[in-house]
Design a protein. Structure first.
Ligand SMILES: Cc1cc2nc3c(=O)[nH]c(=O)nc-3n(C[C@H](O)[C@H](O)[C@H](O)COP(=O)(O)OP(=O)(O)OC[C@H]3O[C@@H](n4cnc5c(N)ncnc54)[C@H](O)[C@@H]3O)c2cc1C
Length: 453
């Protein structure tokens, strides 16, 4: 299939060198960080596309969409391939549409909105924005590699979410242009509430080709680590710091022992047998933070400026889902879940989980703000994997005690935590991709046109 496909696709693209067929390259560009999950690793390791196309313009994306629609060929969009649910792994072969060459920052408007192509790397945007007095409102810990389009379609939030919420909140995603997979593919502008039809849909109902992404005025941040003797002390201090509106902050992460022992490149900031907090606070507030931390029994083990993505050490490299990566380096049996604890009863929820699962679960918290402005401990706890049944038992128990779980061990949107109950994403899929050619198999509630009849 791939040779005939490649020949025909080459005729649609200005430079045929941007149609890739070498098996090792196609395999690499078909994969993401799915192996984070021992369950997905088994399910997805033999899946890949047939051919990779690297468009450089919307016209080329449209040409590929027209071709794929006319011949019923699946199309799976790829940003930088840092997703960890196997989001961009084609389940049914076909075309991998790799957007890494569409990486232009067109402008940052006077009111701080970045207008860009989807393949622009978030790290490049953060660097350019800070030169112009702006910065990202939030970014995943994969800042250096991840693309803006991939973040919008596969991510949810990250460093900065403590002040600005997630991608769904506070009009951060202003608008985007989407290429459809209709009988005659076209470019459609989605703005305001209409972005929610496509946001975080894993490229199943449209291809983002141009994005308006709101920034925030740049801040002189300081990075800081604080050690506490116990997890309870550390978690309670982090909670009060996260909730204290007097502090301007970008990161409030908590790692119970032995998680900090996995952070080998920054062992100088780690205190043995202690819970570690990683924080980012406005430079002028470091002393106030230090005083509050010491008063709560903490010890500041490091502080230093954040000067952009190249800061050394860059504490965010150890936070969010990078924590799991460091744990897996120490022992590949560690995996994770993505959870939301209750702001008011989280300490009881932690205790219940510890009682039932002991150190099979290790607490890693990331405090965030939700769309209503409430602060709560989101969490990416580490889970020591033994069997799929045991993992599902832990997830079920979390839900039973009121801990929300976005299950990262499934490869479809509906259980992945960001699927909307108002069905607007499914409606957009029916409208824009009635044949089900965009990333097939990832939106389970959708039935393609031919089968629906
Ligand atoms: C170590 C590690 C840490 C992480 N930390 C975080 C974190 O802090 N926060 C977070 O939210 N996520 C996190 N993630 C997940 C992931 O890195 C982010 O979601 C990232 O933003 C994805 O960007 P990407 O360019 O790699 O997207 P990809 O993995 O290439 O794509 C993600 C999904 O979006 C689709 N897609 C990509 N581009 C487009 C487009 N233009 N149009 C339509 N669909 C498109 C793909 O088909 C795929 O389904 C982490 C992952 C890892 C491995």
């Amino acid at each position: 299939m791939s040779e005939g496909l490649a020949v025909e696709l080459s005729a649609l693209i200005d430079d045929p060198k941007r149609v890739l067929t070498a098996p090792a390259v196609v395999e690499r560009l078909s994969k993401d960080f799915y192996w984070y999950s021992p369950v997905l690793k088994r399910q997805l390791q033999d899946k890949h596309g047939d051919v990779v196309v690297q468009p450089v313009s919307v016209d080329e994306v449209l040409a590929v969409a027209r071709y794929a629609r006319a011949r019923d060929v699946p199309v799976t969009v790829r940003g930088a391939g840092t997703g960890n649910y196997g989001q961009c792994i084609p389940l049914k072969g076909g075309i991998v549409l790799d957007l890494q060459l569409m990486d232009k920052l067109e402008e940052i408007t006077a009111d701080g909105v970045a207008v860009c192509q989807p393949g622009l790397r978030l790290g490049a945007l953060e660097t350019d924005a800070r030169k112009q007095g702006w910065e990202l409102r939030m970014y995943p810990s994969t800042l250096a590699k991840a693309s803006v389009g991939g973040f919008l379609c596969g991510g949810s939030g990250g460093i900065g979410s403590i002040s600005h919420g997630g991608l769904r909140d506070f009009d951060t995603v202003r608008a985007f242009e989407v290429v459809t997979m209709e009988e005659e593919p076209r470019v459609v502008l989605h703005e305001g509430a209409a972005i929610h039809e496509i946001l975080h849909c894993w490229g199943t109902n449209g291809i983002l080709t141009r994005i308006w992404f709101a920034l925030t005025p740049a801040v002189e941040w300081v990075q800081c680590t604080v050690a506490f003797d116990t997890f309870e002390e550390g978690a309670l201090f982090a909670k009060s710091f996260a909730e204290d509106e007097a502090f301007r902050k970008r990161l409030v992460a908590v790692f119970e022992w032995p998680i900090p022992s996995f952070f080998s490149p920054v062992k100088q900031v780690v205190k043995a047998d202690s819970t570690l907090l990683m924080l980012m606070v406005e430079g002028g507030q470091l002393e106030a933070l230090r005083e509050a931390a010491v008063a709560a029994g903490g010890e500041v083990t490091f502080s230093g400026p954040y000067t952009g993505p190249r800061s050394q050490p860059l504490l965010s490299d150890y936070t969010w889902n990078h924590t799991t990566l460091w744990a897996m380096k120490a022992d590949p049996a560690w995996t994770y879940i993505q959870a939301g604890f209750s702001a008011s009863t989280c300490m009881e929820q932690f205790a219940l989980l510890r009682e039932k699962f002991g150190k099979e679960i290790l607490f890693h918290l990331e405090f965030i703000k939700n769309g209503k402005g409430e602060i709560f401990p989101a969490a990416i706890p580490l889970v020591y994997f033994t069997t799929e049944e045991r993992l599902n038992e832990l997830i079920a128990y979390c839900r039973e005690i009121g801990v929300g779980v976005a299950n990262p061990h499934v490869n479809y949107l509906e259980d992945g935590g960001r699927f909307r109950t108002d069905n607007i994403q499914l409606e957009a899929k029916r409208k824009y991709d009635p044949r089900g050619l965009l990333n097939p198999g990832k939106m389970m509630s959708f039935k393609p046109e031919a089968q629906a009849k």
